[in-house]
Structure formats: structure tokens, C-alpha cells
Design a protein around this ligand. Structure first.
Ligand code: G6P
Length: 605
């Protein structure tokens, strides 16, 4: 995994590489490096740590050149050391790579036998050696030849002082884009990294290779035939990628939720009806859907678990939810009557793309719910519902979670309507419910101060338990995950009724137990959970519906959130749990935007 960048043009490449790498830091940040060509020689700098460490080293000892590449790493093969950091150099070649080369061990063995010396434990160094070995004066030919020898996933950017006027890039399953400037070109794993420099973007497809010179770009397919690429004009606003006065991106993104949810819903509901122009299935296709599979990873999987309650409850279609890395390797019963819903903020998560592709191969209809326009997932799925939440820079997802829930909700209502499960009045009622929730989200933001206060009491705890029932069980999972990701405190999410079958053993006076107890069909059951925890001296923190006086009699810490319909309560409930994880992590002095070991977009297995 990792973020990769490149620049060729008339400016010094270094500040551009540093700036664009910084914008890709969400893809990994354990070590970084750059290489530039100047006067037919290569300047290289690598550092363990994030981009700021590399930047400082370049400030103390500058490098320059107008053609360069850079990398921010999330370790797969080999520890985060300077030797393992990219770029990797072999002879006259420098490369950066995102992905995994599956046959690297056998290739490395042969290269070692030929007398080549390896300096790192990475799979990437093999590619550098092969390109160097295949190089006879023309970089793209050497890259083309090398691609035939390697198997796996990759986005590669290569330069050579022996063919200095170009950058060569290639893609197989890992994203890479080219930004078109005037006499200069920008390369990055993700368009958002370069959008403050350019608006026009070329997205490379699998099997393609591009040769980028100051004069222009040429793209070739795997048979070396030239390809005419579409140029996409991106409408992303770079201002959205700044902190805008907030202390951290994650806090800004938590506060952006009213706007983000509105942008997901707006344009898809009107006059009590749903207009789903981006959903390309015909009415007949929808009537024929007999089964839905929802797939995703991490937070997107949690959104899918909640989506199951929405689709089964509202549209009455059976739903299975599967983690993508599981779904892709099992043999589920999927056919042309199946709809696969793949959820991914980035649209680049390799397991989610693979799970969706498998479904497609079996004839299923596919729809993705994505935040990144033109992502690999959205380009490959039959339809895409863009959630329009805007760039999410913090590694831990917040606004894209609640926006995905909103998209799943309106999709459920849409499917229900077209399947004839609900009539016009019911459709209008369900739409009113989400419009009402949008009005209440601002109120939820008012809980920030109270939760900050609460975090003082709990930030030194060793573990948290989160309990929820029914549709709120996945909310508990997501709340616990936010706590783990941000604060590094062990937290477990569990169905309230199942607690007595194991986690109850963890409860004592040191264990905060967060119980989600909204006034819904399972409310009475949640009261039992509260009592069972209290009976074991657990510290109970209850999130309840405004006006619920009963719960106050039972628990010392109660936080009230506004009422919402059963299907929409998860949207409201998730926000205070995000605040709690944020403030606990902040008190522990942690990097809330870039927690250790994580990456925002996981493009490797
Ligand atoms: C990584 C991130 C998570 C995210 C997951 C899925 O693990 O750290 O926050 O939920 O990937 O990402 P996606 O882009 O597919 O939603």
C-alpha cells in the first residue's frame, strides 16, 4: 500500500513532491522518500517517519531537479526502515511502487544468482532490478518487458538518469492518475493530491503504461498499442481539504456531518419522492432482485451491517452482509437475481473491489456507494451512488460513515417503492423521516462539550465495552472501532443480549460500558443490559432518547440524543461516539488524524 507521486515540468520538483505526498499521507506514513534527476544524475533522500521528517532533512540539505518521484509508505514487506523505504534504486533506475508483487521471492532468487545485490526486504526492489536488467536505453521498453515477468498488484512510477526526459508509470489494480498542466505533469495515487495544481486528469486503467514527458503524455495498453484516454475535469474544491480553523481534520469532519448528509440526500429526494438518476438498474431489474449482498471493510462494513436492517425492514429483500476479504474467498450463491452493494469511502480498497468483481462474474447486478468520484470501484460497478461527503482526510472515517448510512436509507426506500412494497404515502413518510433527522443533527453537535467532560473520567481506562441491540449493535461496533483506532484503548462492541455469554466476565468497577438505549422496539431489553452491568459494578454510560426519564433512574451517566426513526437512529447515535473517541485520544496526547499503523485506503491484501 502507500501513496506515490511524480512530477515532470519546469519547476523544482521537490516542493511539489513534498506537498503532494503530504496530501497522500493518509495512505501510510511510516517512512517516506523521494528521488530526482538533475544533470543526468540521481538525488535520493529517504527517512523513517512521516513527510515532515523528510521535509526537514531536505531543508537542511536541499536537493533539486525538475523530474522526480516520491513515496509515503505503509509497510507490507519489510519493517519501516530507511533501507525499505522507497524509492528503490537498481543501477540506473529509481522506482516507487504501491501494491504487492506476488512472485518476488522466486524473481529475487534468480536475480541474486545473477549477482545482483539487494539492499532491502521489499518486493519492490525486485521490480527496480528487473527494469535495470531490461534497460537498453529506453525506459518504457524496459518497464513493458518487466511487467510481463511480475505478477501481483501495482502502481509503479519509474525514472532513469540514463533516459532522463521522462517518467514512466504503469498500473495493475492499484490506482494512479496523471494531472495535466501546461508543460508540466503531476502523478499521484489519488486525484485529490494534485487538485490544487490541475483540474484535468487522466485515470490509468489496469494493464496500461504511460510515458510522460514535458511535451505530453502517451498511454499504451499491455499489447503496446497506443490508447486514446478521456480527460476528466474534476470539480473538487481544494479548500475542502484544509482544516478550516479546526484543530484537527477529524473534528472538522465530525462537524461537517450535517452538510455531508444533506449533500448525500439532496438531489435524490424531491416532493415526497425519490429520484435516483445514478442508479442505472431498470425497474424490471429491481423487481427481479431476490437477494442483496452488502460488502465492505472496516467502517464501510459496519455501514453495511446497518444497511441490512434498512433494506430487509423497508424493502423486504433478504440481505447478507460480508466483510469483503471473506466474501471474495468464499463461494456464495450469487446469480443474476442478486444485487451486490459494495461500500467504500475510497473506492480503492482491494478486497472490496475483488468481492464486487466476483459477484459481477456470477452475473450479479452491482452498485457501489463511494465518496471518491472516479474511483476504481465506482468505475467498475454497474452503478455508483456518490455520497458527496467531500474529501475525508482523517484516517478514521466519520462523515463518510453517516453519509453512507443516508445513502443506504434512501436506496432502501427506492427499492421498496419500485418493488411495490410501500405506497406513495409510505414513501413520503420515510423521506420525511430523513429530512427530520437532518434538522436534528446540528443539535447532536451540541453534545461536544458534555462528552469532552466525560472523556476526563475515562481516558485512562484500559478497556471499553459498547453494547447495542438490533440496528444499534453495528453502531456499537463502529463506536468501539473509533475508540480503538483513535485512542489505542481496547474496545469491544457486542450485541446487548449476547453480553452475558462472554464479555460479562470483563465487567468490573474499572470497565466503562457504553450502552445504546434509544426508545425503540428493543428499549426494554436495553434496560436489562443496564441492570446486568450495574449488578457487576460496571461503570454504565447510557446514550438515550431525549425525554427518557426512566433511564436516568438507572444510570449515573446519561447522554441524551434527539429522537429519530428506528432506521435512522444510527446516524444520530454515531456522532457522540465519534466525539468520545476523539476526546479520549486527545487527552492521551495521540495523533488523532493519523493513528499509528493505520492507513485510510488499503490497496493491498
Ligand atoms: C481502512 C481505514 C478504515 C476504513 C477501511 C475501508 O482500514 O483505516 O477507516 O473503514 O479502510 O475503507 P474504504 O475506503 O473501503 O471505506
Amino acid at each position: 500500500m502507500s501513496g506515490i507521486v511524480g512530477y515532470i515540468g519546469w519547476q523544482n520538483a521537490i516542493p511539489i513532491l513534498i506537498d503532494t505526498l503530504k496530501r497522500l499521507e493518509y495512505r501510510g506514513y511510516d517512512s517516506t522518500g523521494i528521488a530526482v534527476i538533475k544533470d543526468s544524475s540521481l538525488g535520493i533522500r529517504k527517512r523513517v517517519g512521516n513527510i515532515d521528517v523528510l521535509k526537514e532533512s531536505l531543508y537542511n540539505e536541499p536537493l533539486n531537479g525538475m523530474n522526480g518521484i516520491g513515496h509515503t509508505r505503509w509497510a507490507t514487506h519489510g519493517k519501516p526502515t530507511e533501507e525499505n523505504a522507497h524509492p528503490h534504486i537498481a543501477g540506473k533506475i529509481a522506482i516507487v511502487h504501491n501494491g504487492i508483487i506476488e512472485n518476488y521471492l522466486s524473481l529475487k532468487e534468480s536475480l541474486l544468482k545473477e549477482g545482483r545485490k539487494f539492499l532491502s526486504d521489499t518486493d519492490t526492489e525486485v521490480i527496480a532490478h528487473l527494469i535495470d536488467k531490461n534497460f537498453t536505453g529506453n525506459l518504457e521498453n524496459a518497464v513493458q518487458k518487466t511487467l510481463k515477468e511480475i505478477s501481483g498488484t501495482y502502481a509503479i512510477v519509474a525514472i532513469s538518469p540514463a533516459d532522463p526526459e521522462k517518467i514512466v508509470i504503469a498500473r495493475n489494480e492499484n490506482p494512479i492518475v496523471i494531472g495535466l498542466g501546461r508543460g508540466e505533469f503531476f502523478i499521484a495515487s489519488d486525484a485529490s493530491a494534485i487538485l490544487s495544481y490541475v483540474k484535468d486528469i487522466i485515470f490509468l486503467d489496469d494493464g496500461e503504461i504511460a510515458v510522460i514527458k514535458k511535451e505530453g503524455v502517451q498511454v499504451y495498453d499491455k499489447n503496446n498499442r497506443q490508447v486514446e484516454k478521456n480527460i476528466r475535469r474534476l470539480g473538487l474544491n481544494p479548500i475542502l481539504m484544509e482544516k478550516g480553523g479546526y484543530k484537527h481534520f477529524i473534528l472538522k469532519e465530525i462537524f461537517e456531518q450535517p452538510r455531508a448528509i444533506w449533500d448525500t440526500v439532496r438531489g435524490r429526494v424531491s416532493g415526497g419522492d425519490i429520484i435516483f438518476e445514478d442508479f442505472k438498474l431498470t425497474d424490471l431489474d429491481i423487481k427481479n432482485i431476490k437477494k442483496v449482498f452488502i460488502t465492505g471493510c472496516g467502517t464501510s462494513w459496519h455501514a453495511g451491517l446497518i444497511g441490512k436492517f434498512m433494506i430487509e425492514g423497508i424493502s423486504r429483500i433478504p440481505v447478507e452482509v460480508d466483510i469483503s476479504s471473506e466474501l471474495r474467498y468464499r463461494n456464495p450463491i450469487i446469480n443474476s437475481d442478486t444485487l451486490i452493494i459494495a461500500i467504500s469511502e475510497s473506492g480503492e480498497t482491494v478486497d472490496t473491489i475483488a468481492a464486487m468483481r466476483n459477484g459481477k462474474k456470477n452475473g450479479a447486478k452491482t452498485v457501489s456507494i463511494c465518496n471518491t468520484i472516479e474511483s476504481s470501484l465506482s468505475r467498475e460497478s454497474g452503478s455508483t451512488i456518490n455520497i458527496h461527503a467531500g474529501p475525508e482526510i482523517s484516517v478514521a472515517s466519520t462523515k463518510t460513515f453517516t453519509s453512507s448510512l443516508s445513502a443506504l436509507y434512501i436506496l432502501s426506500v427506492y427499492l421498496a417503492k419500485l418493488k411495490g412494497v410501500i405506497n406513495d404515502n409510505e414513501t413520503a413518510g420515510l423521506i420525511n423521516d430523513i429530512v427530520a433527522v437532518m434538522g436534528k443533527i446540528e443539535d447532536v453537535m451540541g453534545l461536544e462539550e458534555e462528552i469532552e467532560g466525560l472523556s476526563k473520567m475515562f481516558y485512562e481506562k484500559k478497556g471499553f465495552l459498547y453494547l447495542g441491540r438490533g440496528i444499534n449493535y453495528p453502531v456499537a461496533l463502529e463506536g468501539a472501532m473509533k475508540m480503538k483506532e483513535l485512542s489505542y484503548i481496547y474496545a469491544e462492541g457486542y450485541p446487548g443480549g449476547e453480553m452475558k455469554h462472554g464479555p460479562i466476565a470483563l465487567i468490573d468497577e474499572h470497565t466503562p460500558v457504553i450502552i445504546l438505549a434509544p426508545k425503540n422496539s428493543l428499549y426494554e431489553k436495553s434496560l436489562i443490559d443496564i441492570e446486568e452491568v450495574k449488578a457487576r459494578n460496571g461503570v454504565v454510560i447510557v446514550f438515550a432518547t431525549e425525554g427518557d426519564t426512566e433511564v436516568m433512574k438507572r444510570a449515573r451517566h446519561v447522554l441524551y440524543v434527539p429522537h429519530a426513526s428506528e432506521y435512522l437512529f444510527p446516524i444520530i447515535m454515531s456522532i457522540p461516539l465519534q466525539f468520545l473517541a476523539y476526546y479520549v485520544a486527545l487527552r492521551r496526547g495521540l495523533n488523532v488524524d493519523r493513528p499509528r499503523n493505520l492507513a485510510k485506503s488499503v490497496t493491498v491484501e
